[in-house]
Design a protein around this ligand. Structure first.
Ligand code: ZN
Length: 254
């Protein structure tokens, strides 16, 4: 049965039966959704996956709008991941209505690309790549509080990769710019799609070499080294920051 990832202002339509949550599946968009133009963004041997957008607020019993980030805790993990892809496809669609070369109309060409109806220019979704790094000094880790954090917790040094830069160069630069510290032994940890709105997070471990913490570029509110038995409030489970910290602490992710 086809799956429908239906969004409304950054929220995803979820269906619940008892404690079990899932997204809508059916032969077409549900009748209570108006003005919806489903786009087929993924076709597997098992199912077809559609994404669409609606302004509809009212939902029947058994359905609700849930912030995409919060669905991490409710939906099966593969559905959460696919919902992230659907959100990115939707973002791509709304941000590429017109051709950047000639101003013509962009139309879907493949499930994940659009093409200009006039000049033929084809575009694909572009990810913003960001690094995130856990810096170790002996048995301590560098945790930081960024001014941009929405809640009160400590995370890790992170930042967007700049054009012309390697991931390792970005890691070194971000740590230096944000904290004034020099690091070495940068080790790849893992990566994670980050559909808020359109990112790829790449996680690293690294070791401290020298320097005293100075919050130079104004992005951080606080930064300090913490031991495992003296951790402050840390990020929630869905984030790469938390996976790096959990890995360091030696706990497996639940
Ligand atoms: Zn064009």
């Amino acid at each position: 049965m086809p799956l429908f990832y239906i969004f409304n202002h950054g929220r995803l339509l979820v269906q619940h039966t008892g404690d079990s949550y899932n997204i809508y599946s059916g032969m077409e968009c549900p009748a209570f959704i108006q003005c919806c133009e489903p786009h087929l963004f993924e076709q597997t041997p098992h199912t077809a996956c559609y994404v669409c957008y609606t302004e509809e607020e009212h939902l029947p019993d058994g359905y609700e709008w849930v912030d995409l980030r919060a669905t991490y805790y409710q939906l099966p993990s593969h559905i959460y991941r696919q919902a992230g892809k659907a959100a990115e496809i939707l973002y791509f669609n709304t941000h590429h209505r017109y051709c950047g070369i000639c101003g013509g109309s962009m139309e879907w060409h493949t499930p994940i690309s659009k093409r200009c109806a006039d000049c033929g220019e084809e575009v694909w979704p572009q990810l913003s790549t960001a690094i995130i790094v856990l810096v170790q000094r002996g048995d301590e880790a560098l945790l930081v509080k960024a001014k941009s954090f929405r809640r009160d917790f400590y995370g890790l040094v992170a930042g967007f990769v700049e054009t012309g830069e390697s991931l390792e160069e970005c890691v070194r630069r971000e740590v230096r710019e944000e904290t004034g510290l020099e690091i070495t032994d940068i080790r790849y940890f893992g990566s994670q799609p980050w559909p808020y709105p359109m990112g790829l997070m790449v996680g690293f471990h690294a070791n401290y070499v020298s320097g005293d913490i100075t919050l130079a570029d104004g992005e951080l509110r606080e930064a300090a080294f913490f031991t495992r038995d003296n951790l402050p409030t840390i990020p929630e489970k869905l984030s790469m920051a938390r996976m790096l910290i959990d890995d360091w602490v030696g706990e497996s992710r639940s």
